[in-house]
Design a binder for this molecule. Structure first.
Ligand SMILES: C[S@@+](CC[C@H](N)C(=O)[O-])C[C@H]1O[C@@H](n2cnc3c(N)ncnc32)[C@H](O)[C@@H]1O
Length: 344
């Protein structure tokens, strides 16, 4: 089987890469292997790369993207979820002019250098919405100027069998000379007839009571929330029958003053707890066999930063058709649907 050669940027612990490669089990579904081969994976964070190395056979490097060069490298696909903190809607101190937010340009530089047949870029909803889409449009214009036709879609993980309402913007570029169109995957889960029922948190969190008391918030933290002004942000207790709010990268925190999802174990006794790293990973659709390196804090960060493998699997599966050799008539770009937005 011919495999599409992939360069993975900002690889983190490998959530996106696992989805792209497939061949894993999540809840009771098997996500079959997809025809991709990762020829480069890297991240600046050594702990994330340690996790990556313990879950994949291929190599991954600790390196700053600014030091990467792919001048003589052939690859068909470049993927990357460039760092999102400056655009995050849950981050009250948005500073999109911070240097970190410029890493998008590094990804564009590498795409220009490699000229892959396609690329997948991912970011938070805030990147799409901030300043009426100014940054998002800037990114799309840059990609178009490099010779790509751009497709984008704001996808919600819960529509694809992940028990989490995580919304992320995906930008897929297809090199203009490839003459193929891309269609985002159709949603698989929802209330509409013919779709599977959305997956509830209880598929992952089997009991409100934790395995370890360290996951409880302290009395002081709970009292702090009770004293907080009504307009203050506070943690939100999740219903195990529903889908979880976004799993963020800072669930290790000791405060309840944020919009992060938590669990209310006993309302009368005011017992709240955070998700364990195992539960957070499960809600992000990592298979149980995926191991995280470093401290709990490192693991929460890697998990919260990740693209849910199951969501990425669906996108990568749709994209694999673009790399198929079979000759097909070049259709006019006519793709417009609820879940699929095409930018001409
Ligand atoms: C949104 S996360 C990507 C997560 C990954 N796609 C996944 O699915 O697991 C962004 C990553 O960019 C990395 N990063 C930040 N600055 C970087 C830089 N200058 N060079 C390389 N990686 C960087 C972070 O360490 C983080 O792991």
């Amino acid at each position: 089987m011919h495999k599409t050669k992939v360069i993975s940027l900002f690889s983190g612990c490998g959530g996106a890469d696992l989805g792209l490669l497939g061949g894993f089990k999540y809840i009771s579904n098997h996500y079959k292997k997809l025809p991709y081969e990762i020829i480069h994976a890297s991240d600046i964070n050594d702990k994330a790369i340690k996790t990556y190395q313990s879950n994949f056979e291929h190599l991954a490097e600790v390196i700053d993207i600014k030091d990467l060069s792919f001048k003589d490298v052939n690859a068909d696909l470049v993927i990357g979820g460039f760092p999102c903190q400056p655009f995050s809607t849950v981050n009250p101190t948005k500073q999109p002019h911070k240097k970190e937010s410029q890493l998008f340009w590094e990804m564009a530089r590498i795409i220009d250098e490699v000229k892959p047949k396609a690329f997948i870029a991912e970011n938070v909803k805030g990147f799409y919405r901030l300043k009426k889409g100014y940054y998002f449009n800037l990114a799309c214009e840059e990609f178009k100027s490099l010779g790509y036709t751009i497709y984008h879609s704001l996808l919600n993980s819960s529509d694809f069998g992940v028990p989490q309402k995580r919304e992320r913007i995906f930008i897929v570029g297809i090199r203009n000379d490839i003459k193929k169109t891309f269609t985002f995957p159709n949603i698989t889960h929802g209330d509409t007839l013919g779709l599977k029922k959305k997956v509830p948190i209880k598929k992952i969190v089997k009991s409100l009571w934790p395995d370890d008391p360290k996951y409880f918030f302290s009395k002081k933290a709970v009292e702090g929330v009770k004293r907080a002004k009504p307009n203050m942000k506070r943690a939100l207790a999740q219903d195990l029958e529903g889908q979880c709010l976004t799993i963020t990268s800072h669930l290790a925190k000791v405060s309840l003053n944020s919009r992060d999802p938590v669990l209310l174990v006993d309302a009368e006794k005011e017992l709240y707890r955070r998700f364990s790293t195992k539960e957070a990973a499960g809600i992000q659709s990592f298979p149980e066999s995926f191991k995280f390196a470093g401290s709990d804090g490192d693991a929460y960060r890697q998990i919260g930063n990740a693209i849910p493998p199951v969501l990425m699997w669906h996108i990568a599966s749709s994209l694999s058709e673009v790399f198929e050799d079979k000759k097909e008539d070049c259709k006019e770009h006519e793709v417009f649907s609820l879940n699929n937005v095409y930018i001409s």
